[in-house]
Design a protein around this ligand. Structure first.
Ligand code: ISL
Length: 558
């Protein structure tokens, strides 16, 4: 019965509303703009729209700092505009999944404001601690540089924030707080939304002793992660949320937990349907393979590492649980620039190769806005070009420690989150059709070439290739259910695997280089039908798989 879960054959399209479509001309995308562009998403064949946060927020982290869980920020519209969006999504046969950000709130949320009073019943909803020897209660560093603690003068106490000081962590040990979150979730589900993408939800349980962490490489702060990544009560909290909220809407919802640092073993527990926690998780292993000492110290990806990692996740969740599949989201650099080649000679082929390899894995694929156009990293030059709190804080901390701008900027240019956040490229007009005003982050100048209008008109575009990938998932059960077997694990250039379901076998091969490559064709595939490709192939050699630069192919045998 569980194999029939609708989200196993679904494809999710993520919208980062700030950067998608601006209706009112203030330079920031909004709900009316998104509603007007839904046919772009429906036309791709996507089943689900995941909407990054639109709740009222001071926007210290572009909406991942929420000051009211049950309303819409005026910059995006209002609840009526939200209801119109939801109805328009449902009219097109799609579902709408909201972002649920409950590891932390904004410091401007009334809950936190009340909690600043030590006598308030809300004091226990956050992690307030007295100073230790006149300083922070422990040595943890935050994800966004600096200490994970900020002192509030009102009570001379510190509060914990794993992200920015504008994002105090909720204390999930507190049952009233958990009930308030559950009630808020039911309020949205009763309004008609179809599930949640749960922000850093594997960080919600902290070891209440809050022990010091081992000093990190930079020597500035301790690594607290062993005390809050998949912490002691996380499964209990997620099961309680399932029981109190999710299980009340049987068969309708999709839940995905965003889980930095999650292991395959933990993911099996989180996604085992018998346990009742979440349908799938976002893991981070494959997007960390090109990190050095930290994410801003990138190194080249080794294809064999990527295959070993994704292959292990395929095997680990083969009999229990389910994978989510992604290259991109609003936190990651653009995949065509990162693992492909965004030059005009290779952009379309490398983007379609990457899409093919990802979508043919077993799991639910996620497409991040613009990925279906082959959108590339932003031309970020000086620090003035950056907007993201993570990049700005990292830069300031590095300079304080004595670094020169040119030591730090290359890492920010390659890995900074603003790369994913430049406006959606609708057409070749001056602001790419995103806004009639001044966009909050400049449009990528390559929009004169790379845009939705030209992609729709070109049957060989990245957009139409993604459309064919999604259609294949909807029509070929082997794509959804087939067993996964990795081939050529030691090959540094070719990503190849098979999928098998019933009598059907698929062979998927992608060339991760700009050269023609070949390998021995696995036995029995010589005469098979090619059901999907991304352009012309070199002349076949007997018994060999020969791939043009960045070529991808899917073969089928029945
Ligand atoms: O991109 C990261 C920094 O290296 C990740 O650590 C990221 O912050 C982490 O994946 C959590 O991301 C989510 O929560 C953050 C928010 O800034 C991200 O946009 C969101 O996706 C805090 O809410």
């Amino acid at each position: 019965q569980h194999d029939q879960a609708w989200w196993k054959s679904a494809v999710v399209y993520q919208v980062y509303p700030r950067s998608f479509a601006d209706h009112d001309g203030d330079g920031i995308g909004d709900l009316a703009g998104l509603t007007g562009r839904l046919d772009h998403i429906a036309g791709l064949g996507a089943d689900v729209l995941w909407l990054s946060p639109v709740y009222p927020s001071p926007q210290a982290d572009n909406g991942y700092d929420i000051s009211d869980y049950q309303d819409v920020d005026p910059v995006f519209g209002d609840l009526a505009a939200f209801d119109r969006l939801l109805a328009a999504v449902h009219e097109r046969g799609m579902k709408l999944v909201m972002d649920l950000v409950v590891n932390h709130t904004s410091d401007e949320h009334p809950w936190f404001q009340e909690s600043r009073d030590p006598g308030s019943p809300k004091r226990g909803w956050y992690w307030w601690r007295p100073p230790r020897d006149g300083r922070e209660p422990n040595n943890w560093g935050s994800f966004f540089s600096g200490s994970a603690w900020t002192r509030d003068e009102a009570s001379n106490a510190y509060y914990l924030h794993l992200f920015s000081p504008k994002q105090p962590d909720l204390n999930w040990e507190n049952p009233e707080m958990r009930q308030a979150v559950h009630a808020m979730m039911r309020w949205w589900l009763d309004r008609g939304v179809d599930g949640f993408r749960m922000d850093v939800v594997n960080l919600i349980s902290k070891d209440p002793a809050l022990p010091d962490g081992v000093l990190r490489g930079d020597g500035l702060f301790g690594d607290g992660s062993p005390h809050y990544v998949c912490g002691p009560r996380v499964h209990e909290y997620l099961h309680e949320m399932y029981r109190e909220v999710i299980a009340r809407y049987p068969g309708r919802l999709l839940t995905v937990g965003e889980m930095p640092g999650v292991t395959v073993e933990q993911a099996r527990l989180f996604t085992d349907p018998r346990r009742g926690e979440v349908d799938m998780v976002f893991q981070f292993e494959h997007v960390g393979l090109d990190h050095g000492r930290n994410k801003f110290d990138p190194r080249p990806l080794r294809l064999t590492d990527l295959k070993a990692s994704l292959g292990r996740w395929q095997a680990g969740l083969a009999d229990v649980g389910w994978n989510s599949l992604y290259w991109n989201n609003h936190d990651q650099p653009r995949v065509v620039s990162r693992f492909g080649d965004d030059s005009s000679a290779h952009r379309t082929r490398s983007a379609t190769m990457l899409g093919t390899v990802l979508h043919l894995h077993r799991g639910t694929p996620y497409v991040y806005q613009g990925e279906e156009l082959g959108m590339a990293n932003a031309p970020l030059r000086t620090i003035e070009d950056f907007r993201d709190v993570e990049s700005l804080n990292h830069y300031a901390e590095a300079l304080r420690a004595g670094a020169e701008p040119e030591d730090v900027l290359p890492g920010l240019r390659a890995m900074g989150r603003d790369n994913a956040r430049t406006p959606m490229q609708w057409d070749a007009s001056p602001q790419a059709g995103f806004t009639t005003g001044t966009p909050w982050l400049p449009v990528n100048p390559d929009h004169t070439e790379v845009n939705a209008a030209s992609a729709l008109a070109d049957p060989n575009s990245v957009y139409h290739h993604y459309r064919r990938l999604i259609a294949l998932r909807h029509t070929e059960p082997a794509v959804v259910h087939g067993d996964f077997t990795m081939l050529l694990p030691d090959d540094e250039r070719i990503y190849a695997f098979t999928r098998e379901f019933g009598g059907t076998r698929l062979l998927v091969a992608g060339n991760f280089t700009g050269e023609t490559v070949s390998a021995e064709l696995p036995h029995g595939w010589a005469e098979s039908e090619v059901i999907l490709d991304n352009g012309p192939s070199p002349r076949a050699e007997p018994g060999r798989l020969v791939l043009a630069p960045w070529e991808a192919r899917v073969h089928r045998q029945v």
